[in-house]
Design a protein around this ligand. Structure first.
Ligand SMILES: Nc1nc2c(ncn2[C@@H]2O[C@H](COP(=O)(O)OP(=O)(O)OP(=O)(O)O)[C@@H](O)[C@H]2O)c(=O)[nH]1
Ligand SMILES: [Mg+2]
Length: 600
């Protein structure tokens, strides 16, 4: 009964609405990836009709009524609904091009973040003695502390944003457990693995390394001459290093004054040899099959048997675990898309991305609708028969990045500025999206190239200083290799580290960066393959604009006019303009074919 009610009301409300809301724009039929997101309309309508007319309607009642997902429930009309018209809110929206407001809030994107990371401290060693019948003073048997948890990083495919990492802010690996009597070692702390999207650049801003600091302190105290005590009869108290030693709780306090603690150099775990050299600078542009160690956890303290000597058979102390390293890291995501859409604000980039892919990037008739980059995937072979685009390579898809629009002087950080120009760096192919209805497209194209050229200059001048300084610390990740970066210290290094020269000077301890992330050495932008998408070709008086543009491009290709970048060696092998109406989905099917040719 209840089901019938729902059914009747759904029919009553939806049927006229479906007719009212036929999209003004014909659906995109010629594209590669018009995947069944619009299938709601197609599937719902015949089903509703079957409910009304089909004689086997009772059988259908067992089938669950398809309910429109909330993201389609939006009012399509621009007019506000008449008061009291509740039904208009339930209207399913049938277009890719006008999703509901909730749709936009789904995509959380963060391409930069700053994270503080703590490797776990080591657990303390234990002071204990063997207790057995008839053995009055048993030998020491305190266990060693467990080592602290280490920090690892891995670039993985499938992630597109750093927002999860940014939300955490501080990441701590757990500390090792302390050792116990009967020579029981403490449990080691749990490691932390940070997964980041491929294309992330990691740079160290600051580090606090207790081991290196202690080594520096020891070195200094060794070099400083000891002051002679003027009063020779004064009792010399041994300073108790509570931060380095654990003393038996049942020991007589008076004993502490006489205990001579051995000179114990700070220790690191063996795996610390695999840490990238400080300051850390990683460019994770390939998926990694194994995680990379960022910071090893602190070594666990030593139990009291380690300090037994001939003169002191039952030491009353054990060493504390070493402190874990603290790293302040900057993460930056450089999007890795095959094609980057470059255009002025409101040119129609997002509309083009939506007509080609299933991306949900926002569209609006105002500038700066898109505030963060979006990546869409174009499927060129869905493995369901013949490939959608004939290609020699085995590529089944490629990605397109919709980047916020560029205004004049974007390279001077105007508009959304530099923040997004750097995403263009990583795209293999540039697609200039030009609005044919907005003035001279040739001039527009030249202006865009001017911005890219200015950005390129800035990038290259910026890359000289910091990158040359940091190249030693850059890890070139080679996924085909052993999976581990080149070691910077010998693996068979002894547990007790020698007091290294550079560590003792304290230079490596507090690496403070200045300014923003240095630019990575990238190929020149003008050498990348590029083409033009002349959009809004459905509007009036755009034919002449397109023809002028095509003439200009063929001149660029022939070399009769200068390359728009101003570089004689600019790429001009196959420069062309594709006229499209992204809104109607017309002409866009040429783009995947063109891109596949460039990719090959
Ligand atoms: N007539 C027509 N209008 C289009 C076409 N493509 C986009 N538009 C309209 O142009 C306006 C801007 O489109 P967007 O896709 O948001 O432009 P954008 O380049 O992403 O803009 P920003 O995100 O601000 O950089 C919207 O009102 C679209 O409906 C087209 O092919 N034909
Ligand atoms: Mg946009």
């Amino acid at each position: 009964m209840r089901y019938n009610k729902v059914q009747r009301s759904t029919l009553a409300n939806n049927e006229p609405k479906l007719c009212q809301n036929e999209p003004e724009v014909a659906p995109n039929t010629g594209t590669m990836t018009y995947l069944p997101r619009t299938s709601l309309r197609l599937s719902q309508r015949p089903f509703l009709m079957a409910q009304k007319t089909c004689p086997v309607a009772p059988l259908l009642r067992t089938i669950k009524m398809p309910v429109a997902s909330p993201r389609w429930q939006t009012t399509q009309t621009n007019k506000p609904p008449p008061p009291g018209d509740v039904t208009s809110h339930d209207t399913p929206d049938l277009s890719h091009l006008n999703p509901s407001p909730e749709d936009y809030s789904r995509f959380i994107f963060q391409d930069k973040c700053h994270v503080t990371m703590h490797a776990g401290s080591g657990g303390h060693g234990c002071v204990a003695y063997q207790r057995e019948k008839y053995i009055e003073e048993g030998p020491p048997n305190g266990g060693d502390g467990g080592s602290g948890g280490s920090l690892y990083i891995q670039a993985v495919e499938g992630m597109t944003s750093l927002h999860k990492l940014a939300r955490r802010g501080i990441i701590k690996a757990s500390r090792g457990r302390s050792g116990q009597g009967k020579s029981q070692g403490g449990k080691r702390g749990e490691d932390i693995l940070i997964q980041v999207p491929v294309g992330t650049v990691v740079r160290e801003v600051e580090r606090h390394d207790p081991v290196a600091e202690e080594l520096a302190r020891m070195r200094r105290s060794k070099e400083e001459p000891k002051e002679e005590s003027p009063d020779e009869d004064a009792i010399e108290f041994t300073p108790i290093r509570h931060d380095r030693w654990v003393i038996h709780p049942a020991a007589n306090p008076a004993d502490f004054l006489t205990v001579k603690f051995p000179r114990l150099k700070p220790r690191r775990q063996h795996i610390a040899a695999m840490e990238p050299k400080a300051p850390i600078y990683l460019d994770l542009s390939h998926p990694m099959d194994k995680p990379l160690l960022l910071a090893a956890g602190g070594a666990g303290g030593l139990g009291n048997p380690h300090f037994a000597t001939q003169t002191m058979g039952r030491p009353k102390f054990a060493s504390r675990g070493e402190g874990g390293m603290r790293l302040e890291l900057d993460f930056e995501l450089k999007l890795l898309a095959d094609v980057g859409l470059v255009g002025k604000p409101n040119a129609g980039k997002s509309t083009l991305l939506r007509s080609l892919t299933n991306s949900r990037t926002r569209i609006g008739n105002w500038e700066f609708t898109t505030l963060t980059p979006h990546i869409g995937t174009v499927i060129v072979d869905d493995h369901k028969g013949r490939p959608l685009v004939e290609s020699k390579s085995r590529r089944t898809h490629f990605t397109i990045a919709d980047i916020p629009g560029l205004v004049e002087d974007a390279h001077l950080d105007r508009g959304l500025g530099l923040g997004f120009l750097r995403h263009i760096d990583r795209a293999g192919i540039l697609a200039f999206v030009l609005d044919l209805s907005a003035g001279d497209p040739v001039q527009e194209l030249q202006k865009l190239w001017l911005e890219l050229g200015a950005y390129e200059k800035l990038r290259d001048s910026g890359s000289k200083e910091p990158v040359s300084q940091d190249t030693e610390g850059v890890v070139d990740w080679d996924p085909s290799g052993s999976g581990l970066p080149e070691l910077h210290r010998p693996v068979d290094q002894s547990i007790e580290l020698p007091i290294a020269e550079e560590e003792s000077t304290g230079q490596a301890l507090n690496y403070q960066s200045s300014g923003s992330l240095p630019f990575l050495p990238m190929p020149p932008i003008h050498t990348k393959p590029w083409f033009v998408v002349a959009t809004k070709a459905d509007l009036e008086d755009t034919r002449e604009q397109y023809q002028a543009l095509q003439t200009y491009l063929s001149e660029v290709q022939n070399g009769t006019v200068e390359h728009p970048s101003g570089h004689a060696d600019g790429w001009k092998k196959k420069v062309t303009a594709v006229p499209v109406s992204a809104m109607r989905g017309e002409g866009v099917s040429r783009i995947p074919k063109l891109v596949m040719q460039y990719l090959e």
